[in-house]
Design a protein around this ligand. Structure first.
Ligand code: SF4
Ligand code: SF4
Length: 307
């Protein structure tokens, strides 16, 4: 029996997506991820708790929000609003005091029923386009019970289901989610375990272990690889990567996701530093060269812009 009252923490429900599976889709961005990829364009999805963001560009430094904070975490210093992150407990009480939308609370609890209600709004588009629902993140498998209930309920409504996963979860838990999924998008950043650890915070052995398990299911999947200049684009890394990927079964294609820095402003709004400022975005020529190299190794490759 499906538990429609089960709650998950979500950062955003995005309608009309065309990059996250077949057709027109509703994408559920879940909060919390065990990885901390340095290039992450959604840093607000990394922590599991709700978080306060502060967009300095919108702030008029009027001070109206200050009295709403019971913890004294807000103050004006030298004419500018400051948040003491050590005091702030991310309660979000200050958000309503700001008419300029400079403050936002990211992360809201939804029941399965509440999410389904949102998804239903676009069901006519799913039917016409062959679309459906995609659970993304953060990391979908970090909220496994919620994910399974939501995927099951989506199937009951006749919606196609996809997940986008980093694969870092015990296989018996991840496989329960995959059972309820029509198409899996699985991330593999780089084969070298040390590089993986430096750039994501964790070693990739569990991710590779699970990918091999996925490959042995009779379920086609899409592999995704972010293209990060100076991390995983030299010929040695690409060869190591393709030597492994060509041994996988049931892989439909490899999608290359070019690095971009569109999410840098989000780091500032969370008062966390962005460390990849020196890395440029890959140009079309470099992307084509990487694609051609991987194709020559026998892979079906496409470049996925807007990821
Ligand atoms: S989120 Fe809560 S604790 Fe943090 S600054 Fe706003 S009111 Fe204060
Ligand atoms: S965050 Fe909003 S309410 Fe607070 S000082 Fe800035 S503009 Fe004023």
């Amino acid at each position: 029996m499906i538990n429609n009252d089960f709650e998950g923490k979500i950062i955003n429900i995005q309608r009309f997506s065309i990059h996250d599976g077949p057709g027109i889709r509703t994408v559920i961005f879940m909060k919390g991820c065990p990885l901390k990829c340095l290039w992450c364009s959604n840093p607000e999805s990394q922590k599991f708790n709700a978080e306060l963001t502060f967009s300095k560009n919108y702030c008029q430094n009027c001070g109206s929000c200050i009295p709403t904070c019971q913890l004294g975490a807000l103050k004006i210093r030298e004419g500018l609003l400051e948040i003491d992150r050590k005091r702030c407990n991310n309660c979000g009480e200050c958000v309503v005091a700001c008419s300029n939308n400079a403050l936002k609370k990211i992360g809201k609890d939804y029941t399965v029923s509440e999410v389904i209600k949102e998804i239903k709004k676009d069901q006519a588009y799913y039917r016409r386009s062959g679309g459906g629902v995609t659970l993304s993140g953060g990391e979908v498998s970090a909220q496994p019970r919620f994910a399974v209930e939501l995927l099951k309920e989506s199937h009951l409504h006749g919606y196609n289901t996809c997940i986008e996963t980093c694969g870092y979860q015990k296989w018996d838990i991840l496989s329960r989610i995959i059972e309820e999924t029509d198409l899996v998008f699985y991330d593999l950043k780089v084969l070298d375990p040390q590089k993986h650890k430096i750039f994501t915070g964790i070693d990739n052995s569990l991710i590779i272990h699970n990918l091999l398990k996925l490959s042995n299911l009779n379920k086609p999947f899409v592999l995704r690889m972010p293209i990060i200049p100076s991390l995983n684009t030299n010929k040695h890394d690409l060869k190591q990567f393709s030597d492994f990927v060509t041994t996988l079964k049931n892989i439909i294609r490899l999608e290359l996701i070019p690095y971009h820095n569109y999410g840098v402003y989000k780091y500032e709004s969370l008062d966390i530093s962005y460390t990849l400022n020196e890395i440029g975005t890959p140009n079309q020529e470099d992307l084509n060269e990487t694609k051609t190299f991987l194709e020559k190794q026998g892979l079906n490759v496409n470049i996925q812009l807007g990821g």
